[in-house]
Design a protein around this ligand. Structure first.
Ligand SMILES: CC(C)(COP(=O)(O)OP(=O)(O)OC[C@H]1O[C@@H](n2cnc3c(N)ncnc32)[C@H](O)[C@@H]1OP(=O)(O)O)[C@@H](O)C(=O)NCCC(=O)NCCS
Length: 401
């Protein structure tokens, strides 16, 4: 990039590593230590980075890796997972992000991936590029000393104290079972597992190393910290593939003596609040978008997931940023979709971002229609569309990136 207006995006090489690290430190306000940079580099190799450079300095950056993600119907899709999006404060609002995303999308299209996903720093940036929040999570805080389990809540036991080293195989096996049945959960690459099991000191910032609890059908990872007036447990990850494992693990976590408060981030429909006599036991401190999604190829993406209920409809999809929109006939039989371009009149029309919102089952079409995000020609078509895209369980992000 020069002082003119032309922005040139190029693939990065190893010589860009320090420049990218400095840009990310400036954009996100924190410098990674050498050890953490090494982990990140293993997860997101520099060869997958796109950069904009100006006078030899890296001033814009994105990176992506292909992720295998569970989608409704217990199937998987290979999706482009984008991370570390940043533009230098000296070059902001000149269209660098737009140029980077145009190049990023071209690469994803060339890779034949029907979906792009990422976690966003702000809610105002990505709608214009066809993305919508796809998965919601809630962060909760529990006053441990006031916890009273309902008489109906089982106390199944079976929880064992473990270490990351001793439980590594078990944790991986449970995660895999959980991931295969949880929409939006990604497979974990080896580089990500290394970060979990090595628990590097540089990442702790004031909290203890990781404590581990295992159950034959679950595990919990947590850390402890001492605030000014209280002792806090932060559950960094809890995976339970049976209700019994869920109750057993929470019984132990909420029975930790000398702990005042327990924090955790949960799926929207986690049964935790129903375990207690006082429905206010679980206090929601934050609710937000855990994952954003964009459909890159409408027929390929819609055929890749499963559905509840039959459907025979025509949708008009608008995609002003890319040319992936059009009018499509969508037919579902026995949970399996057929989708192809059509000239039949549309029953429903919407921006492509709506498909991102609906894709993993995290949002309802009827709510988006009520918010004027879906134009409805035929109300019966909306009811069928809403039912077909709904899922029995809320989606959940597998790991942050
Ligand atoms: C967010 C960021 C990448 C934007 O880069 P940029 O090069 O300034 O963005 P562009 O100039 O290409 O903007 C494209 C459009 O997005 C809008 N936009 C960009 N950043 C925005 C923001 N933070 N909030 C609202 N709108 C934003 C621009 O106004 C522009 O709108 P237009 O299409 O109507 O003209 C950059 O500000 C940044 O690095 N921020 C800090 C790190 C960060 O938050 N990264 C995102 C991680 S998910």
């Amino acid at each position: 990039m020069s002082s003119g207006n032309s922005i040139s995006v190029r693939a990065a090489d190893t010589g860009d590593r320090d420049g990218i690290a400095e840009l990310l430190a400036t954009a996100f306000g924190g410098r990674l230590g050498a050890e953490e940079r090494e982990y990140r580099q293993r997860l997101f190799p520099v060869e997958r980075s796109l950069v904009v450079a100006d006078a030899g300095q890296v001033v814009g950056h994105t990176v992506d890796i292909t992720m295998t993600v569970t989608v409704p119907g217990d199937r998987t899709v290979r999706a482009c997972g984008v991370s570390a999006v940043a533009v230098a404060p000296t070059h902001r609002r000149r269209g660098l992000l737009r140029a980077l995303y145009t190049a990023q999308h071209a690469r994803t299209e060339a890779d034949g991936l029907p979906l792009t996903i990422f976690t966003a720093s702000e809610g105002t940036i990505y709608g214009r590029f066809g993305y919508d929040p796809a998965v919601t999570d809630t962060t909760v805080s529990i006053d441990r000393r006031r916890v009273e389990f309902r008489p109906t809540t089982p106390d199944p036991g079976g929880v064992v104290m473990a270490t990351l080293e001793s439980a590594a195989g078990h944790i991986r096996a449970v995660y895999e079972r959980w991931q295969q049945r949880t929409s939006a959960a990604q497979e974990r690459p080896e580089a990500k597992w290394a970060l979990v099991f090595d628990d590097p000191e540089g990442r702790r910032s004031g909290v203890s190393s990781v404590f581990v609890l295992t159950h034959p059908d679950g595990y919990a990872l947590y850390q402890r910290r001492r605030d000014a007036h209280e002792s806090v447990v932060t559950v960094s990850e809890i995976r339970a593939v049976t209700p019994s494992a869920h109750a057993a693990l929470w019984r132990v976590l909420l029975g930790l003596d000398l702990v005042d408060r327990v924090e955790a981030t949960l799926a929207e429909d986690d049964p935790l609040p129903y375990l207690f006599t006082d429905p206010r036991t679980v206090r929601v401190t934050q609710r937000g978008d855990a994952l954003w999604a964009r459909v890159m190829d409408v027929p390929a993406a819609l055929v890749a997931r499963g559905y509840e209920g039959e459907l025979d409809t025509v949708v008009d999809v608008h995609d002003p940023f890319r040319a992936a929109g059009g009018r499509f006939a969508l037919r579902v039989r026995d949970g399996v979709a057929d989708c192809s371009p059509t000239t039949r009149p549309a029953d429903l029309s919407f921006d492509i971002a709506v498909l991102g919102a609906l894709y993993f089952g995290g949002h309802r079409a009827r709510a988006l229609a009520a918010a004027h995000r879906i134009d409805v020609v035929d109300p019966a078509a909306l009811r069928a569309f809403d039912a077909a895209f709904a899922t029995a369980r809320a989606p959940e992000l597998g790991w942050f990136f």
